[in-house]
Design a protein around this ligand. Sequence first.
Ligand SMILES: [Zn+2]
Length: 189
Amino acid sequence: MKKIEYKTYKKPTDFARFEQGNTTIHIVSSGGLVKKHGMRTGRGYIPMGDCTETPDCKQCLQGNVPKQKWMWIAYIKDTKEVKILDVGAMLGDAICKIAQEKNKDPQEFDIIVSKVGEGLRTKYTAEIGEIKSLTEQEIVQIKNAKQFLIKKYFTDSQSSQKPLAKAIEGEVINNDEVEKGIEEMEKNK
Ligand SMILES: [Zn+2]
């Protein structure tokens, strides 16, 4: 249990939520791509689950177009918390481009995420921070929180989600298995 500090209170969430300005993060998993359904309303966004990416997806059949999402598990250095980084093209693609340019896995460097604006006008940018691995102490701190998130969000029985779960778990499997999983997903489309 944690004492509630009202001055700094924010509704708890397992997902990374960025403040205005810069936040330093360090990715601690492999990355995954997933298609998600949802609906924009006047008040915000209502999530409606992952697209099964199969012909019988209920949301797709109703004409709801899924949105591409990029996912990682990230250590938020500023708050020392482990969160799911579930982002759209602006930030997801920026992170991938950095990794590609530097020819490094994002787990090898810090990323500085910058958020400007609110709501639909929010702009995210990412730039590379310090190039160094996490310390032993940080790794120990992250381990349990990371396992908790994997268990809660990435071990769904829906077959289409398994490759993502495996991709996110990263260290327990090799890339061949992910490739195989993705191939199966493609076949099932
Ligand atoms: Zn769908």
